[in-house]
Design a protein around this ligand. Structure first.
Ligand code: URA
Length: 435
């Protein structure tokens, strides 16, 4: 087989066969195919797309590129969730303890932040002592013992994705339905769950900018799930505005703790309840979605989910005094308000701008080896629909780098659109695709 011929086929919009896709994934992962050949093929895929059959073959080849977990010791039905990426997305931190507190096992591997979107692993690492790097056997043992474990992806899970993702990032090919779908679904297949709930985000802070694109991505991933016998439900959610009020690692952990104590912003609540209800449904625990939503609420208001989060943090070496008293979390040296120059209603808070300012302040990485400042980020004081007066704080920037405060304030103000007309809040859950 010859990589030039494979590139030429895709350049000419022809369909690659299973052997050609397997060859590319295997040899690129092994280092036998160069980055420049792989870059040419990835760019051709990004421009010309792939058929359903090609996407399924790419996903399966990627899932087979490394270790595949067997979670059957935990339960015959392990449900996982994944988001296609967002700003202020702390859903995993809230939802997974809820699900575990109901008695449904949670074995979840999460990723680091990508671009302007945050990663659950970085958030968990902001809890002093919390260990995200457990062995697979320890991970499974934790789930057997307390019903939940949240760790980072091990080195051996889908090594092909690690290489292809880094390459896509470097050559401006992150936004591609076949490449996003295969990246996400290969990791879900390899990490062992057999039922999957996906949060497919749409809007300025998401990869998919239109509802139509998000629907195509959702349908594509549901189909891959069906082909590999992993029932998948995709929930399309609005990512035009950051989720909740906090953006940045320990700021989001603190907000997640608040949510688990019952103080949960409307947009976060909508996603937690919907995803939770479908996770309970897919696990086989209960098939009635409305009853499942009630179960999610009860887990929060009874504090069962909060107690499960404490148990999780303690079991993974984290200092639970921070969870009991979040004011103990370290704060940035510079916490500066951004003041409204107008009186009116907040019409829009651009998630893309907020995400990139937050990353600039130190909450995310520009290069993959960069360190993160766990205290850095943005705390919103207003959400869309809220009334604001001149001189009132719209948000607070948090950073340890004084040199960045001026630029951050200048850019962040552009994220807010104020109008003199009353603004009605949009729903966050836009559509649920069960097929
Ligand atoms: N999340 C992933 O894991 N992969 C992508 O390509 C995009 C979002």
């Amino acid at each position: 087989m010859n990589i030039q011929e494979i590139i030429a086929k895709k350049r000419d919009s022809k369909q690659l066969d299973k052997n050609e896709i397997e060859y590319f994934v295997r040899e690129y992962t092994n280092g036998e195919i160069t980055d420049y050949h792989a870059a040419a093929l990835i760019m051709a895929i990004c421009i010309n797309g792939m058929t359903e059959e090609e996407i399924a073959n790419l996903t399966i080849s990627m899932a087979n590129s490394g270790e595949k977990l067997d979670l059957s010791k935990i339960s015959e039905n392990v449900v996982d969730k994944h988001s296609t990426g967002g700003v202020g997305d702390k859903i995993t931190l809230i939802l997974m303890p809820i699900i575990a507190s109901i008695g449904i096992p949670v074995a979840k591997m999460s990723g680091r932040g990508l671009g302007i979107t945050g990663g659950t692993i970085d958030k968990l690492k902001s809890i002093p002592g919390y260990n995200t790097d457990l062995s697979v056997s320890q991970f499974i043992e934790n789930v057997q013992n307390i019903g939940i474990s949240l760790i980072g992806q091990t080195e051996n899970i889908v090594p092909a994705d690690k290489k292809i993702y880094a390459l896509r990032d470097a050559i401006a090919c992150t936004k591609s339905i076949p490449l996003i779908a295969s990246s996400i679904m290969s990791k879900k297949i390899a990490s062992g769950a057999n039922k999957i709930v996906l949060d497919v985000t749409v809007g300025s802070g998401a990869f998919m900018k239109t509802k139509q694109e998000a629907e195509s991505l959702a349908r594509c991933m549901n189909k891959i799930g069906k082909m590999v016998d992993k029932e998948t439900v995709s929930i399309i959610t609005n990512m035009d505005e950051p989720l909740g009020y906090a953006i940045g690692n320990n700021l989001e952990v603190k907000e997640a703790i608040d949510c688990l104590r019952g103080h949960i912003p409307e947009d976060v609540k909508e996603i937690v309840e919907t995803m939770g209800a479908y996770m309970i449904y897919l696990s086989g625990y209960n098939k009635n979605i409305n009853e499942n939503i009630e179960m999610v609420r009860e887990a929060i208001y009874s504090r069962k989910a909060f107690n499960k989060f404490l148990e999780l943090v303690e079991n993974q070496g984290g200092d639970i005094s921070y969870i009991k008293d979040p004011s103990k979390f370290e704060k940035s040296k510079f916490v500066i308000p951004i003041l409204s120059e107008e009186t009116g209603y907040v019409k829009r808070i651009d998630a893309e701008i907020v995400g990139s300012v937050s990353r600039y302040l130190g909450a995310g990485r520009v290069n993959k080896e960069d360190d993160i400042d766990y205290t850095a980020g943005i705390l919103l004081n207003k959400k869309s629909g809220d009334y604001v007066e001149v001189g009132e704080a719209l948000a607070y920037i948090n950073t340890n780098d004084e040199a960045k405060t001026k630029g951050a304030l200048i850019n962040l103000v552009k994220a807010f659109e104020i109008t003199n007309r009353k603004v009605s809040k949009n729903k966050t859950v836009i559509e649920i695709l069960t097929k």
